[in-house]
Design a protein around this ligand. Structure first.
Ligand code: ZN
Length: 249
């Protein structure tokens, strides 16, 4: 019974993550964005009809409506379904590994937040301070309150080291080529991840994420033949690697 509750909770959280991602626009102020995710009711993006409660049940509604809007029959993105199922799967794995406790709760929250950040970076090539700064400060506060896996000094060292690990090569690259090799958001994200992870694991995190990024690039360039590809987002790979290290440490 508890497994079903966890799965359903995961589906709902996945749905929320995808809605929060869809409602984000880089041009919005923090207040406007908070309004959009907390006050606005869900509506069809094509005909703008407000959705009823039965049309908002994760997965079930999509299946009943066969992936189309009830009113205008426009296609509803299957990405909703993928993200809902992905989060539900992650929650179930976390539950089987850790049970129900503080650690599993933290892993579930971070998985949603990291997924949200990765989606934003994939779409906009952007990691706004609005999302990376709270992640960093949350890490500092939790370590100060003794509610994290590391102590405050380690969190502060992690932020410092995380910042330097990407800032130094990015600056050197810029001086040598006068081109931007890394986004400022990536540097701030690694600093934010440093507030959550043992600082000794940050070089490993950087190696893992670079390898993942390279695999992604080669897949797109040589397997899917996307020859026009010039830049790839680095944030998602930092997030995946950071999450894996957090999960297993
Ligand atoms: Zn519609």
């Amino acid at each position: 019974m508890l497994t079903f509750i966890i799965i359903y909770f995961g589906l709902c959280m996945g749905s929320f993550v995808y809605v929060a991602y869809c409602r984000y626009l880089p041009t919005l102020t923090p207040c406007q964005y908070l309004c959009r995710i907390s006050v606005y009711r869900s509506a069809c993006p094509h005909c703008h009809n407000r959705l009823k409660a039965w049309q908002l049940v994760p997965v079930v509604s999509w299946l009943i409506l066969k992936g189309h809007c009830y009113y205008c029959h426009a296609k509803i993105s299957h990405h909703y379904l993928i993200i809902e199922l992905l989060v539900a799967t992650l929650f179930t794995i976390i539950y089987f590994d850790y049970g129900i406790n503080y650690q599993s709760g933290m892993l579930m929250i971070l998985s949603c937040y990291f997924l949200f950040l990765a989606l934003i970076d994939f779409k906009y090539y952007l990691l706004p301070d609005l999302f990376t700064q709270p992640l960093m400060w949350a890490g500092v506060i939790f370590s100060y309150l003794d509610m994290a896996n590391i102590i405050l000094t380690e969190a502060l060292l992690g932020i410092f080291l995380g910042y330097l690990l990407l800032k130094v090569p990015a600056s050197l690259f810029y001086f040598a080529t006068k081109k931007q090799g890394l986004g400022g958001g990536d540097i701030k994200l690694l600093a934010a991840l440093g507030a959550w992870l043992p600082y000794t694991s940050l070089p490993m995190l950087l190696i893992f994420s670079s390898l993942l990024g390279m695999v992604y690039y080669f897949l797109l360039r040589y397997v899917l033949n996307k020859n026009t590809l010039k830049i790839i987002p680095f944030g998602p790979f930092l997030l995946i690697s950071g999450y894996a290290i957090y999960y297993f440490s």
